[in-house]
Design a protein around this ligand. Structure first.
Ligand code: RP5
Length: 155
C-alpha cells in the first residue's frame, strides 16, 4: 500500500521530481508515481485519486509546470493533504506554477514548496506521515540531528 502518491502532469516532469522518490525511499516511505494531466485527462485524474485513497495513500505530492492545475484539482477531489511542487518550465520558468499552487481558494488548501524543490516536498510528506508513525518520526528526527551536526562542522 503506497503511503504517498506522486502525480506529475507530464512525462516531461519526470527528471524534476526524481528527488521525491529517492528522498522518500531513504525514509522507507512507499510511493507510487503516476503521470496524469489535470487539463488533458481530468476524468482519469479523478479515478486515480479515488483508487489511491482506497489503496491507503496518506499524502499526495503533485508536481506540475506551466498553469499547474494538477495540485489544485487533486485537492478538489480529496480531503487528504496535497503538496504542490511547482516545476520550472515555459516562458515564466515555474513562477506561473508557484502562483497557481499557492493561490488556492479558502477551504481547498495545497501546501506549496519552492520551484523544483522536490526533496522538500518529500520531507514535508515524511513529516505529515510521521505524526502517526513513531518509527518514521524517529528516523526523521535523526536526519534533522545529522543535518544540524553537518552545518556545525563548518564553524
Ligand atoms: C504541465 O505542462 C506539465 O506538468 C508540464 O510541466 C507542462 C508541459 O507539459 P508537456 O507539454 O511537456 O506534456 O501540465
Amino acid at each position: 500500500m503506497p503511503q504517498v502518491t506522486l502525480l506529475v502532469g507530464s512525462k516531461s516532469d519526470a527528471d524534476a521530481v526524481r528527488p521525491v522518490l529517492s528522498t522518500l525511499e531513504r525514509f522507507g516511505v512507499s510511493c507510487t508515481p503516476i503521470v496524469c494531466s489535470a487539463h488533458r485527462a481530468p476524468e482519469r485524474l479523478h479515478r486515480i485519486i479515488r483508487e489511491a485513497e482506497q489503496g491507503g495513500t496518506q499524502v499526495f505530492i503533485c508536481g506540475a509546470g506551466l498553469a499547474a492545475a494538477l495540485p489544485g484539482a487533486t485537492a478538489a477531489y480529496t480531503a487528504r493533504p496535497v503538496i504542490g511542487l511547482p516545476i520550472a518550465s515555459g516562458a515564466l520558468n515555474g513562477v506561473d506554477s508557484l502562483y497557481s499552487i499557492v493561490q488556492m481558494p479558502p477551504g481547498v488548501p495545497v501546501a506549496g514548496v519552492g520551484i523544483n524543490a522536490a526533496a522538500n516536498a518529500a520531507y514535508l510528506a515524511v513529516q505529515i506521515i510521521a505524526l502517526a508513525d513513531p518509527a518514521l518520526a524517529e528516523r526523521y528526527a535523526t536526519f534533522r540531528k545529522d543535518q544540524s551536526a553537518r552545518i556545525d562542522a563548518f564553524e
